[in-house]
Design a binder for this molecule. Structure first.
Ligand code: GLN
Length: 485
């Protein structure tokens, strides 16, 4: 295996033994990006100069023998929704073109403090609205397993970069599935932590009650290591929770004997691609073989999740995106007066999907419709959360496919936004309930596209979710496959 195919923990060992230098590793990955990103389009910005400086600093520290941080010298990529000091952050929107943040988001700062090397910022759906990365205001990203297919979204650039060996690990954000779905489509591991586990400070807000930052990696061990670095309370984010952060690597025991797993029958309903159903059922059988106790459970109101989510997320987005007025960040349109400057800047700066969400969100929040839509959606959210919590009272985790299908074709869904929304059916209840959920590779369809298994846990119990994912990974070899590019 060449360096771009190795996992974070494997690279850590080589860096530590000085078999490999951080500078050599960073150089290899920058070269890899240069050689392959024309075909993939995972990156919006590559910061070679800054990254090489990070790498030299890591080597200096490694030379002193102080190499306890697992992330020291590890090259990472960041979804362009995360603020990075001195590195442009656009959220893949034209309205933020040329914006360079004056500070790092907390998750970014923690990665830097752990010694990670920043390679660049990855493509995404504009303001994280979408499931295919086709809503980027700049360019599309292609699936490393087959360039005719999308990588998923909205963290599609991060997922493609990890899968294509263009970084070792990446961060994404997940509001309705945007870490898990692209992880599933690209054959990598992705974790949406519990709402409140990771600080949202310095993350451009889409839907603030749902957004969460999380790791995207090649295997579950790497996922645990990155989560360890970014998790924990942050005084700068009042929604981050001051709960103890366990040792996640210690949770990877390989032993799942006696763990209770619920399999929701509604998640295997019509519309599931047959290969996805087969792979998920086989994965569940594998966990059972390892000693987990499997029972069928019911999430009876899951059918309402998509409708509730798209009301709540749009409402929050319409409010969050009011700040892009052409005055404070990004380009300003020329117009006669203040109001028309706002209107023209927003009309030019936002893409179609973002405008659609702002209009929807403004509508459901407007007087006269608030009770009928927004308030109703909030009530449905409570019911969905109660359903999940009721199941998790008897089970340690819920296991199901991450997505109903494998990666769809580029352009296949762009003209049917509703169809695109419906593809989130298996991921969004998790966000509405604030729960942690992991996607791990569990097979391939007949066309050779990856399939993901979703493991949903109790609030703040990422450890059990990772433990199950790790045990599954140990019993299979899906996570060791790499696409040919
Ligand atoms: N596809 C969903 C949406 O468009 C989820 C996106 C996300 O998780 N950021 O809102």
């Amino acid at each position: 295996m060449t360096v771009h195919e190795l996992t974070l923990h494997e690279l850590h060992d080589r860096l530590r033994s000085r078999e490999l230098s951080a500078v050599g590793l960073a150089e290899a990955l920058f070269d890899r990006i240069e050689a392959t990103d024309g075909a993939i389009g995972a990156y919006l910005a590559v910061c070679r100069e800054q990254g090489m400086e990070d790498a030299r600093r890591a080597d200096a520290q490694l030379a002193t023998g102080d190499a306890d941080s697992k992330l020291l010298g590890i090259p990472v990529a960041l979804k362009d929704v995360l603020l990075t000091e001195g590195v442009p952050t656009t959220c893949a929107s034209k309205i933020l073109k040329g914006f360079t943040p004056p500070y790092d988001g907390t998750a970014v700062r923690r990665l830097r403090e752990a010694g990670a090397v920043l390679l660049g910022k990855t493509n995404m759906d504009e303001f994280a609205m979408g499931s295919s990365t086709e809503n980027s205001g700049y360019s599309i990203t292609r699936n490393p397993w087959n360039p005719d297919h999308v990588p998923g979204g909205s963290s599609g650039g991060s997922a493609a970069a990890v899968a294509a060996g263009q970084c070792v690990a990446a961060l994404g954000t997940d509001t309705g599935g945007s870490i898990r779905q692209p992880a599933s489509f690209c054959g990598i591991v992705g974790l949406k932590p519990t709402y409140g586990r990771v600080s949202r400070y310095g993350v451009v807000a889409y839907a603030s009650s749902l957004d969460q930052v999380g790791p995207m990696t090649r295997d579950v061990t790497d996922c645990a290591l990155v989560l360890q670095a970014i998790a924990g309370h942050d005084a700068a984010d009042s929604t981050s929770v001051d709960a103890p952060v366990p040792d996640y690597a210690a949770a990877l025991t390989g032993d799942v004997k006696g763990l209770h797993i619920g399999v929701p029958k509604e998640y295997f309903a019509a519309g599931l691609q047959p290969e996805v159903e087969r792979a998920a059922r086989q994965a569940i059988a594998e966990l059972e073989k390892a000693g987990a106790v499997v029972t069928e459970v019911s999430l009876p109101r899951n059918d309402y999740a998509v409708a509730a989510y798209y009301v709540i997320a749009a409402a929050e987005a319409s409010s969050n995106l009011a700040r892009y007025d052409g005055m404070r960040y990004g380009p300003r349109a020329e117009a006669e007066d203040l109001t028309s400057t706002y209107m023209k800047s927003r009309a030019q700066g936002f893409g179609h999907e973002v405008k659609r969400r702002i209009m929807l969100g403004t509508y459901v929040l407007s007087a006269g419709y608030y009770d009928a839509y927004y308030l109703k959606a909030q009530k449905v959210r409570t019911l969905l959360k109660q359903d999940m919590e009721a199941v998790l009272e008897d089970c340690d985790a819920i296991v199901a496919p991450t997505c109903p299908t494998t990666a769809f074709k580029v352009d296949e869904m762009t003209h049917d936004p509703l169809q695109m929304y419906l593809s989130d059916i298996l991921t969004i209840s998790v966000n509405l309930a604030g729960l942690p959920a992991l996607s791990v590779p569990c097979g391939f369809d007949d066309a050779g596209l990856p399939i993901g298994l979703q493991i949903i846990g109790k609030h703040f119990d990422e450890a059990t979710v990772l433990r199950l994912g790790y045990a599954y990974e140990q019993a299979t070899e899906w996570h060791t496959r790499r696409p040919e590019i």
